[in-house]
Design a protein around this ligand. Structure first.
Ligand SMILES: [Zn+2]
Length: 401
């Protein structure tokens, strides 16, 4: 085994992350300089912003905060910002970069944690946002996260949690399901059918062996035509809940036509209650047409698990009450407000100066929550379901763009 601190896989342990070993070396060197110059106690206010969301997304779903807070617990830092699951634009209505999170305290207390904190938030927010975009595209139809096989297995819990928060209804991994507190969901792999020698034999064996609470959903594209296999499955399995089409791209022709045809043929034979589930390379662009064609549910993988990350950055904006900022950033301490009706945000510099929404004319309300004081959490950990419910509520109000 190569040099990896005695670990089997190429992953950082909790301990590595908590000790700052996943930071960039320049922060370690900054700490050396601050220490040598007696500046470990010098206080600074830093804010996290993003200049532009990936792929022209008009909004993101803020995610990964729970891990960031767990990282900062016990450090002498105050933290305030958007609650996890907030739907946010990158800019305020006047074009200022939105401060999604603020840290204040001796800079040396959080210097080396910038890298892992950004990592938690950039990655999770990207995944949650893509899941939310797929949620909007899928309407109210069930959508399961199938994408853990496309990423490093060590981050399956994070991916599944973020996918669920963004609006997936369930997840396929055992460990991810534990993280969100729901049973894992899935159907059957092609491998089972190939191992059993033929589809019907595999469906029957599955029905016989797998515990009765698992819905009987069978995969009908392994060896022969989807329509033929679907009808045969309907006849062979008494409590068939659904058929899954995961047709390879090279055989698809029109996937929507295929769904319509399978639906028609099953209906014609009285199997109207058998659902059609669809998977395989689905994304926010393809979901609406598939839903219109009659798909009853989706497994969405790579497009969510490998979503682009959101390029949050952390910058010092105030030292001792004096605004400071590097080029390209907006300096100074800011109070963040949001419109109670729409998704407009604004910052005000003066305490108590409340902005109004340009669109609605409404007086805005504070958008940031004080999360931590001196490294002590001020708000208890929220359940994943609670965060997700909040996201779904906001998604009903945003446009799908
Ligand atoms: Zn408004």
């Amino acid at each position: 085994m190569g040099e990896n601190g005695g670990k089997r896989f190429f992953t950082a342990s909790d301990e590595d992350i908590l000790r700052g070993r996943t930071t960039d070396v320049y922060f370690k060197r900054t700490m050396e300089v601050l220490e040598a110059k007696g500046m470990l106690g010098k206080e600074a206010l830093a804010e996290m912003t993003v200049a532009k969301l990936p792929r022209e997304w008009p909004w993101g779903v803020f995610c990964g905060l729970e891990e960031a807070l767990r990282l900062m617990e016990g450090k002498d830092v105050d933290i305030w910002g958007l609650p996890e699951g907030t739907v946010f634009p990158s800019r305020t209505q006047s074009g200022i970069k939105l401060p999604v999170l603020n840290l204040e305290g001796p800079y040396a207390q959080y210097c080396i944690y910038e890298t892992p904190m950004l990592g938690f938030l950039c990655h999770s927010t990207g995944v949650a946002t893509m899941a939310a975009r797929c949620r909007k595209a899928a309407g109210d139809l069930p959508m399961i996260a199938f994408g853990i096989r496309r990423t490093h297995p060590a981050i399956s819990p994070m991916l599944d949690r973020s996918s669920y928060i963004g609006g997936c209804d369930g997840v396929s991994s055992l460990v991810g399901a534990e993280t969100i507190g729901r049973p894992a969901e899935g159907t059957m792999p092609h491998a089972l059918i190939i191992m059993m020698g033929d589809s019907i034999k595999a469906f029957k064996a599955f029905d016989e062996v797998v515990e009765p609470s698992v819905p009987r959903i069978v995969l009908v594209d392994t060896y022969s035509d989807e329509k033929t296999e679907a009808i045969a499955a309907c006849k062979a399995i008494e409590n068939l809940a659904g058929v899954r089409l995961d047709t390879p791209g090279s055989r698809r022709g029109s996937f929507t036509e295929l769904i319509r045809e399978v639906r028609w043929e099953m209906d014609l034979r009285g199997f109207k209650n058998v659902k059609i589930l669809v998977s395989g390379g689905l994304d926010e662009k393809t979901l609406p047409d598939l839903a219109r064609a009659g798909a009853d549910g989706f497994g969405v993988g790579t497009s969510i698990s490998n979503a682009p990350t959101v390029d949050f950055a952390l910058d010092i904006v105030d030292i001792g009450g004096v605004p400071v900022a590097k080029r390209g950033k907006f300096g100074g301490r800011k109070n963040l407000y949001r419109c109670p009706d729409c998704f407009a945000f604004e910052v005000s510099v003066a305490e108590g100066e409340v902005p109004c929404c340009d669109r609605c004319g409404r007086e805005m309300v504070p958008a940031s929550v004080k999360l931590m004081e001196g490294g002590r959490r001020l708000v208890p950990e929220r359940s994943v379901k609670d965060i997700r419910d909040g996201v779904l509520e906001q998604l009903r109000k945003v446009e799908r763009q």
